[in-house]
Design a protein around this ligand. Structure first.
Ligand code: PLP
Length: 235
């Protein structure tokens, strides 16, 4: 399938239904929890509708798709990169990306810092933490995250800010497993905050919770949920 197949995707919900989904989800979220609308695979007119209904935080998992959408949509959208990021693609999103949720190596962080400096800006990042029991290629464990934060290279970086942690729970109906995984991420967040960010108010984001598990995630302390299907329908 072509890489831009989403341009031809059928819009699964009407504006009215989208509005209903937005309101229903926002009603369930504490006021300080940010909802990132995950717009991967959705055509730009769907993003425009979400924008017109008041949403400003949009999440994409592929750089190429974000780059196709960003220039033709309003400039006050906050673009969140939520999927795996290859080092050689950082330069393309560095001019505008709002938050990178998926930092999983020191090498990637170095490149983000380098490209942010070239743009004269600071790029906010989250460390992606591996919390699921299922197989996954991406994410750091606690000791890897701490090694990154203790490295000399990290300490010299002036154009990035680590603002918190991101994690994805196991894809399962077992709510108690999902809850344990989210609780684990929350406790790792508290430990890392105490050790490395005690004076840093900006270290305050726990990005966890998707369409199937966001209620559990907010019960376990999420401050940012990433929701696609529950807003826009099945992909
Ligand atoms: C696709 C995706 C989501 C949203 O998933 P839904 O189940 O559609 O809400 C959240 N986070 C990441 C990292 C994703 O890739």
């Amino acid at each position: 399938m072509a890489s831009n197949y989403y341009k031809f995707a059928v819009h699964p919900v009407t504006m009215e239904i989208l509005n209903e989904h937005i309101n229903n989800i926002l009603k369930q979220l504490p006021p300080d929890v940010v909802m990132v609308a995950v717009t991967k695979t959705r055509p730009v007119d769907v993003l425009k509708q979400a924008y017109d209904l008041g949403l400003r935080d949009f999440g994409e998992n592929r750089v190429q798709e974000m780059l196709e959408k960003q220039p033709i949509l309003p400039a006050d959208i906050r673009w969140h990169l939520i999927g795996h990021l290859q080092t050689n693609k950082v330069k393309f999103i560095a001019p505008f990306v709002h938050l990178i949720h998926s930092v999983d190596s020191l090498k990637l962080l170095e490149e983000i810092n380098r490209q942010a400096a070239r743009q004269n800006r600071t790029i906010d990042c989250l460390l992606q933490i591996y919390i699921a029991t299922e197989e996954s290629k991406f994410g750091l464990d606690q000791s890897e995250a701490e090694a990154l934060l203790e490295s000399e290279v990290y300490k010299t970086m002036t154009n990035i800010r680590i603002c918190g942690l991101m994690g994805m729970a196991t894809f399962t109906d077992d709510v108690s497993l999902v809850r344990r995984e989210f609780a684990g991420l929350k406790s790792m967040f508290e430990t890392i905050k105490q050790k490395y960010f005690r004076q840093s108010e900006y270290f305050n984001i726990i990005s966890m919770g998707m369409s199937g598990d966001y209620l559990t995630a907010i019960e376990e302390g999420s401050t940012m949920v990433r929701i696609g299907t529950a807003l826009f329908g099945e992909r």
